[in-house]
Design a protein around this ligand. Structure first.
Ligand code: PGA
Length: 264
């Protein structure tokens, strides 16, 4: 059984104090409310995994505010080199030391706003897999690509370059893929359950073709793009959707908790 991952991507929101406050409130919810206790049991039993991805400068305070191992912390980006003359960049050993278990790689804002290429993202993915920080690797098509019937071709090419040097074991145990159609991110336009499921099913088929049925059965595939408490339950009930990458609706702890509840 694939554990459901509920991951909040805070983007450039919530400084150190706000991040600590969020974590404290979420820990209190896990300890003190019936729904939170149910969620904590699901996490301890390996059915659900909770991740938050604060900005770099909030990672340490979020980590310090943890009272349990129920919350995992992710970075939103990294440089592929370990250290050196790369002004303004942050490395994998640094985010690991700060308390991260995951790193988001290739978010559509990195691809389209910061012009990161498939080649850049392959380097980051390989570097993460050589570290102890696990990758959440994002792919997704633009609106014009969807409208011209190119969705599958785009997803296949983003994945092909990323995982050409990976093995079945690595894909099964270490990689999480997030399908985020760019037109659904921050726009309020969620993909329909059927569209999201079709894309995630296609990603699993690609994984099966390349890495075999066992690896593709273990691979976790998330959906992201305007997820909120009102639509998270039906997205999570799709066969090939193993979790959610949530932007705006993960910033307020109450709405993040409601989304977690729909995963139970
Ligand atoms: P959104 O962002 O939920 O605000 O659409 C999702 C994401 O960018 O990961």
């Amino acid at each position: 059984m694939r554990a459901k991952m509920i991951a909040g991507n805070w983007k450039m929101n919530s400084g150190a104090a706000a991040a600590a406050d969020f974590v404290e409130k979420l820990e209190t919810w896990f300890a003190d409310s019936p729904e939170g206790r149910q969620a904590a049991s699901a996490v301890r039993e390996g059915r659900v995994e909770i991740v938050i991805a604060p900005p770099f400068t909030s990672i340490a305070s979020a980590h310090a505010a943890k009272k349990s191992d129920l919350i995992n912390i992710a970075a939103q980006n990294i440089h592929h080199r370990q250290k050196g003359a790369f002004t303004g960049e942050i490395s994998l050993p640094m985010i690991e030391e700060a308390g991260c278990r995951y790193v988001i790689i290739g978010h559509s804002e990195r691809r389209h706003v910061f012009k990161e290429t498939n080649e850049d993202l392959e380097k980051k993915l390989i570097a993460a897999l050589e570290s102890r920080v696990l990758p959440i690797f994002c792919i997704g098509e633009l609106l014009e690509e969807r409208e011209s019937g190119d969705t599958k071709r785009v997803l296949a090419s983003q994945l092909e370059s990323a995982w050409r040097s990976l093995t079945s074991d690595v894909v099964a145990e270490m990689v999480v893929i997030a399908y985020e159609p760019v037109w659904a991110i921050g726009t309020g336009k969620t993909a329909s359950d059927a569209d999201a499921e079709e894309a995630c099913d296609y990603i699993r088929t690609l994984a099966c073709d390349k890495f075999g049925i066992a690896a593709s059965d273990s691979l976790r595939i998330l959906y992201g793009g305007s997820v909120k408490p009102e639509n998270s339950g039906s997205l999570l009930s799709q066969k090939n959707i193993d979790g959610l990458l949530i932007g705006g609706a993960s910033l307020e702890v109450e709405s993040f908790e409601k989304i977690i509840e729909t995963s139970l």
